[in-house]
Design a protein around this ligand. Structure first.
Ligand SMILES: [Zn+2]
Length: 250
């Protein structure tokens, strides 16, 4: 049926600099469709190391332009299009990625399609249906997504401050992959979710499986796998703390 490969599980600079965990996105292999999601620092190297240059990429999605989500976007466009020799594949990215030339202008004609993300809008990448959320609150233009497969609706809850309206965008999901930087977030101007927000998602949406990832120092010091175990016990659903290079089979 497919799988999601977690190349990295942090976005925090200190953790990246000390090489404790890798930044880096996801490789989604579902419905015979291959998508690179949020290609941050190191994603390209990890991808090539694992899959080489023979596997075809059908699309690249960038949730927002921060370096831990978009650093390797351009080299993946080169790879997807065989260095511009084959016009193919889709790029789905915030308008800001084009406006700020995060996506290098010389690459704009390489993919078959470049689509700016619009809220609550559904896109097709080959056989994979993917719907953007309402705008997240993260200081830059940012969206999460849900993906539909024959058996599941999978939510990719990317970087954001928590606010209740978020829940609506993910309400049909049975699997949630959530970027959770904090254990308990006590910063007033937080730009990331914490475990209290995860509990709101679990209580409201009632998924069967939740994967937490994108950890900063605050949550790593509390041991994410212990937190996941506690949540599993508390809510009777499967909660998993992602590890670098983990594959989630669907
Ligand atoms: Zn971010």
């Amino acid at each position: 049926m497919g799988y999601i490969h977690f190349f990295g599980t942090t976005g925090n600079k200190d953790i990246i600099f000390k090489n404790i965990r890798s930044a880096g996105g996801l490789y989604i292999n579902i419905n015979d469709t291959h998508v690179v999601f949020d290609p941050g620092i190191n994603t390209f190297y990890k991808y090539i190391h694992t899959y080489g240059d023979k596997e075809t990429i059908d699309g690249i999605i960038v949730s927002h332009v921060h370096i831990d989500h978009a650093n390797d976007l351009n080299i993946f466009i080169e790879l997807m299009t065989n260095g511009g020799r084959e016009k193919r594949g889709s790029v789905i990215a915030p308008k800001q990625a084009i406006d700020n030339q995060i996506l290098q202008p010389y690459l704009e004609n390489f993919p078959e399609k470049i689509e700016n993300i619009e809220p609550n809008t559904t896109y097709m990448i080959k056989n994979l249906e993917i719907t953007a959320s309402i705008p997240h609150d993260h200081g830059v233009e940012c969206y999460g997504f849900t993906m539909k497969t024959s058996k599941h609706r999978i939510g990719l809850v990317t970087d954001t401050r928590y606010f209740p309206e978020l829940l609506n965008s993910y309400k049909d999901c049975d699997i949630l992959i959530m970027n959770v930087a904090y254990y308990i977030n006590n910063k007033e101007k937080a730009k990331h979710l914490d475990i209290l927000a995860v509990e709101e998602f679990i209580k409201t949406i009632q998924p069967t499986k939740v994967i937490i990832t994108h950890f900063n120092k605050n949550i790593l010091s509390e041991n994410p796998s212990e937190i996941a175990k506690d949540l599993t016990k508390k809510y009777g659903i499967e909660v998993i703390a992602a590890e670098d290079d983990m594959k989630l089979y669907l």
